[in-house]
Design a binder for this molecule. Structure first.
Ligand code: TYM
Length: 350
């Protein structure tokens, strides 16, 4: 018995459908500056260029334990962050993943396309499961397959994410390619590309330039949260780890200075400038001078976002209306994709 579909005779056929943007964030802890610069900031810009679908990844969140009484509110918080960072629900489609069950149904089919060997290579599973792999949920292991379904249910071509998601995007392309081959549907799914350009793609911890800024870091001083007030933001930047050298004239001068490089990168991403421009402005100055400027900039950009999130969360009715409307619009795209997939697979009734 063979477990492989026949090899197609012709080579890959390019996708010829429309461009679509899709991305999501898990409702599993406070959002931080890394999420903002790596992902959310890009969503608001892209919505005006390409049809954009942005969701709250609550199916993904339950791959680790989530308190049922809190999950709905966590979803609303991410939706509030989307709106506060400039997503316009009249332009972009904003929804909760669990309100579009097509994601889960497509994920099952993809579970039968993806190979164990592909998932065994996923570094995020290794990091998240730690020493006790056998105690992790099965969902945590197949997490990237669900991510592929999120993307391909909309035949999305562009996925704005931080650097840490690149491997999941490679897996998505492998699944799309194998599906197209196995079911003799050349060019059916696009091979989506991650949008990770720019200085905010990998924001590091403020306490350790070798570790990613993360919701799971036990030290709150390692990150700036989207809901931090001006005092907290300024204090965290003041206490951020640095070195004693002044800022160099060129980016090469930051090599081997991970903490300095991170702060310059954060400044550049917040200001919408290239690292080289920031260095041209601050070369020769020490962190005693640079940090207050960075703090002012961070407060100016992040302060209003936190304020708007608090305003939105004080009236969940508005957020709930956005999510309800978004789910209907999302399903209008995802359901026909799934119907086509089921017909290709050969399911009864499809
Ligand atoms: P999540 O919720 O962990 O993170 C949300 C987004 O923030 C980015 N990010 C960072 N960017 C720069 N520097 C950092 N320190 C940093 N930390 C996080 C992440 O790269 C991500 O873009 N698997 C995804 C959620 C997801 C998804 C999808 C994304 C589910 N399905 C489909 C795109 C498409 C995740 O865990 O993101």
């Amino acid at each position: 018995m063979t477990d492989q579909a026949p090899t197609p005779s012709e080579g890959p056929v390019p996708y010829s459908g429309p461009d679509r943007v899709l991305s999501g964030v898990q409702p599993s802890g406070d959002l931080h500056l890394g999420n903002y610069l790596g992902a959310l900031k890009k969503f608001a810009r892209l919505q005006h260029e390409i049809p954009t679908f942005i969701f709250v990844a609550d199916y993904h969140a339950i791959t680790v334990w989530q308190e049922p009484a809190k999950l709905k509110q966590q979803v609303r918080e991410i939706a509030a962050a989307y709106l506060a960072t400039g997503l316009d629900p009249k332009v972009a489609t904003i929804f909760a993943q669990s309100a579009v069950p097509e994601h889960a149904e497509l994920a099952w089919i993809f579970n039968c396309v993806a190979r164990l060997g592909w998932l065994d290579r996923m570094t995020q599973f290794k990091e998240k499961s730690g020493k006790h792999k056998e105690r992790s949920s099965v969902g945590l292991y197949t997490y990237p397959v669900l991510q592929a379904a999120d993307i391909l249910a909309y035949k999305a071509t562009k996925v704005p994410v931080g650097d840490d998601q690149k491997q999941h995007l490679e897996l998505t392309r492998d699944i799309a390619q194998k599906f197209n081959n196995d079911f003799a549907a050349p060019g059916f799914f696009p091979l989506p590309e991650p949008l990770t350009q720019g200085p905010g793609a990998r924001v590091m911890s403020l306490r350790d330039g070798a570790a990613k800024m993360s919701k799971s870091d036990p030290s709150d001083y390692s990150r700036i949260n989207l809901t931090d007030d001006a005092d907290a933001i300024a204090q965290k930047i003041r206490k951020a780890r640095t070195d004693a050298e002044p800022l160099p004239e060129t980016a090469e001068g930051l090599e081997g200075r991970a903490e300095a490089k991170n702060l310059v990168g954060i400044y550049a991403a917040l200001a919408g400038k290239a690292e080289a421009e920031v260095l041209a402005e601050y070369a020769g100055q020490g962190f005693g001078a640079f940090k207050p400027k960075l703090a002012d900039l961070a407060v100016a950009v992040m302060g209003p976002i936190g304020g708007e999130m608090r305003r939105l969360l004080s009236d969940p009715g508005e957020i709930d209306r956005v999510l309800t409307d978004g789910a209907a619009r999302a399903r209008a795209i995802a359901a026909p994709t799934l119907a086509e997939v089921k017909a290709l697979v050969g399911f009864w009734g499809a």
